[in-house]
Every structure is written in C-alpha cells, then in structure tokens.
Design a binder for this molecule. Sequence first.
Ligand SMILES: *Cc1c(COP(=O)(O)O)cnc(C)c1O
Length: 223
Amino acid sequence: MISPRERISEIKRTLPEGVRLVAVSKYHPASMIQDAYNGGQRIFGESHVQELMQKQEVLPKDIEWHFIGHLQTNKVKYIAPFISLIHAVDSEHLLKEIDKQAKKCGRVIPVLMQVHVAKEETKFGFLSDELLAFMQSNAWQQYENVSIEGLMCMATNTDDEAQIASEFEQAHRLFEAIVKLPNCQNVKFRVCSWGMSDDYPIAVEHGSNMIRIGSLIFGERIY
Ligand SMILES: *Cc1c(COP(=O)(O)O)cnc(C)c1O
C-alpha cells in the first residue's frame, strides 16, 4: 500500500504553484496523520469537533488544523483556542459565535464563507447573491475577532464534469466580485477553497488555490 506521505507528494507534483493542499484526515487514525506530517505536510482538515480535539491533543503542536465541515454553533468554543482556519461559515449566526469565542481566547480566527453552488439541497452555504449582499453591507465588519479570508464551496456529486466546472466557476466569479468591493480592499480576501479527491483537477482549472483531499491520500475511511 502507498503511504499517505507518498500520495501527498504525488498530488503536490501535479499542482500549480500557489495551490495549497489540505490533507483531510477525518476518520483516519493519528498514526496516518503522523506519517504525512513526517513527510512535511502541515495542514490537516477535520470535520468532527470531538475527533479533532482528540487528535490535536496527541499530535505535533505546529500542525495547522482546518475545520472543513458544517460547524454547529454550540461547538465553536471547543476549537476556538487552536483552529487555524474555519472553512465553512454558512450563516451570520455562526460568524457571530466564532467572533465571540475568538474574543474570549484573545484571538482573531481566519474563516472562509461557504457559498452554495451545488444542485443538491443538502449542501449548506449562502446563495451567491446573498453572500455578495452580505459582504457589500458593512454587517461583517462588527466582527473584529474573525478575519474573512475567502470562499469555500462543494460541487454537486456527479460525473458531469461540465456541471462541476460551472459550479466552481460560479464560486470563482463571486470571489472576483467580492475582491473588487470598495469595503473589502483592506481585508486579506484571497482563499478559494474548492476541489476534493474526485474533482480537484477541475477545481484548480477554475480558480481554486486550496484543495481539500481525503480519500486519495488516506484511502477509504475506516469507520
Ligand atoms: C470529507 C471532505 C473532503 C474530502 O473528501 P474526499 O472525497 O475524501 O477527498 C473535502 N471537503 C469536505 C468539506 C469534506 O467533508
């Protein structure tokens, strides 16, 4: 079997300059994360709070942990002290709670706003127009302990590559529109987080500069 660290270097060889790789380690044991870490990987993504906390405790402290899944507001407090990036802010309510918990820790927490581009009803996130309006308003500026650094999205789970490409393109157009807003000139808005094991090559062609890869690195999830 090919080790996680070997998979990571294979993937990295194919990536254009400037695209960062989040190794999605959810449901995989700490030993596999350690292997990837030993090969130089530092960014890991998890989507369950409990699991993330257990791993964070036993693994090296210079790992950059990213929370990539749907985050419940009542769990923000557990990860606020150490999380490096929260990918999927899907409501102002969640943004407000992250701000509150970050303040308690004396931190500014970097976050991405999740935009809903997929056809599936189940995917979370703001609609493009909604998010553009939110960023245009100054509502977000009151949250001084969060730093809104970009967008995240998930494409429809389909074999139709044209469909996937058009969804990523929609997110990319929104990103370009937000970057140009007068009130976003002083913020570090620069991350486009899209692309997973099955669709990351398409994502990279359509503006992604941060891909989130799980099964391609760690294999099928074990539990
Ligand atoms: C699990 C997950 C991934 C990784 O998915 P793979 O198909 O295993 O690469 C990426 N993003 C999010 C939000 C996830 O929950």
